[in-house]
Design a protein around this ligand. Structure first.
Ligand code: CA
Length: 390
């Protein structure tokens, strides 16, 4: 069948064929398909060369020809051997696959929202009254969405100082957020909850880096602002909705029943396994199928007021957390907001991230006996805050 050797534990078998953008050793940049530990140079293979001889997937996504491109790539990889069209992935530089248009981030894990609510409002109702009636979210900053491997510089911001006025300082509470991001390939507005697959072309892993001390001082009454706008990291491979289709499942039962525009007749939950490594220690392992609001409901909500989406827009699921320790999707939860340090395999402890730390997200779908469809890695290392003259 496929003439490229693919290890059984690989995220990238023939059934996956995610797309991305890579710069080759000779300096040229092209849209590529990932297979095992290799990338397939699409323009060189004669597959949509006009759309793929570019430093962005945007034109290809907007063309509506993504399915055909994956099909032709699959046929080529199962036909006559053409090793000259492949390059080891370690020899190329993976780029941001497309310049992100509008970026929205949701807050749709009931386990995460309840846990954060208990940390912020002890003794109160952990969920705000609107939470079960709409997918809570905010409009984020697209210009600082970066690809995996890009260093993340510790941000400065205003941090409360007890009873005194807040002061500008480097954050002392830098955190990651384990999320899945959904990529728009086809424009629309007022999108029905069962029409998501006409507009979402695929998914990536997404780390919504967050500065908790800056966030705590700024977030009321309008929500997060500078605490999250300095960097958002995504994985380089857009795993298509076609490849993820085997993992679509019924989401949790919703109580109360949401308004009709948020009701779907098709199963839009996604049965994925997600992990976070901090300096090589696995600190989180959880599942995506427990998300209360699905990406289809998020898209329906995002556009119900007439707001449009365009190819290249991106929306994040919100931090993915399970019920138990070990399944929590950010350090604020893992360390109980800084009160209980986490011990890493090297014996060091963390409440929040230190300079030099590397956070790596991984995610995949697949059970015993079925191909593993994965995202690869979404990784970032923390660089020290720059010196300032203030
Ligand atoms: Ca987030």
């Amino acid at each position: 069948m496929c003439w490229v050797p693919v290890d059984a534990s690989s995220d990238f078998p023939l059934e996956n064929l995610p797309l991305g953008v890579a710069t080759f050793p000779d300096g040229h940049t092209a849209v590529v398909v990932r297979i095992g530990d290799f990338v397939l140079d699409l323009p060189r293979a004669g597959i949509e060369p006009e759309l793929c001889r570019r430093d962005s997937m945007l034109n290809l996504m907007a063309s509506g020809r993504l399915s055909q491109v994956r099909q032709r790539a699959g046929e080529l990889l199962c036909g006559e051997e053409r090793a000259d069209l492949l390059q080891p992935v370690d020899a190329v530089e993976c780029r941001l696959p497309f310049a992100v248009g509008d970026f929205v981030d949701f807050y749709s894990s009931i386990q995460h929202a309840s846990h954060i609510g208990r940390l912020l409002r002890p003794g109160g109702n952990p969920l705000q009254p609107n939470w079960r009636q709409l997918p809570v979210g905010y409009h984020g900053r697209s210009g600082t969405v970066v690809v995996s491997g890009t260093p993340v510089v510790r941000p400065w911001g205003l941090v409360a100082q007890g009873e005194g006025p807040a002061r500008l300082q480097p954050t002392g509470a830098l955190d990651f957020e384990l999320e899945v991001g959904f990529v728009i390939g086809s424009a629309g507005r007022a999108i029905g909850a069962d029409e998501a697959d006409r507009h979402v072309i695929g998914a990536v892993l997404l780390n919504d880096w967050s500065a908790r001390d800056i966030q705590a001082f700024e977030y009321q009454p309008l929500g997060p602002h500078l605490a999250k706008s300095f960097a958002t990291t995504i994985s380089p491979w857009v795993v298509t909705l076609d490849a993820l289709a085997p993992f679509l499942v019924e989401p949790p039962v919703q109580e109360p029943l949401p308004e009709p525009y948020l009701r779907a007749g098709r199963p839009w939950g996604l049965d994925l396994t997600l992990e976070v490594d901090l300096n090589g220690t696995t600190v989180t392992r959880t599942g995506f199928s427990t998300m209360y609001w699905t990406f289809a409901q998020q898209l329906a909500h995002l556009t119900v007021n007439g707001a449009s989406v365009r190819p290249g827009d991106l929306f994040g699921s919100g931090t993915v957390s399970g019920e138990e320790p070990g399944g929590w999707g950010c350090l604020m939860e893992i360390s109980e907001n800084g009160r209980e340090p986490l011990t890493l395999d090297d014996g060091s402890t963390r409440t929040f991230l230190a300079d030099g730390d590397t956070v790596t997200l991984r995610g995949w779908g697949g059970r015993e006996g079925t191909p593993r469809i994965g995202f690869g890695q979404c990784s970032g290392r923390i660089d020290a805050a720059p010196e300032r003259g203030w």
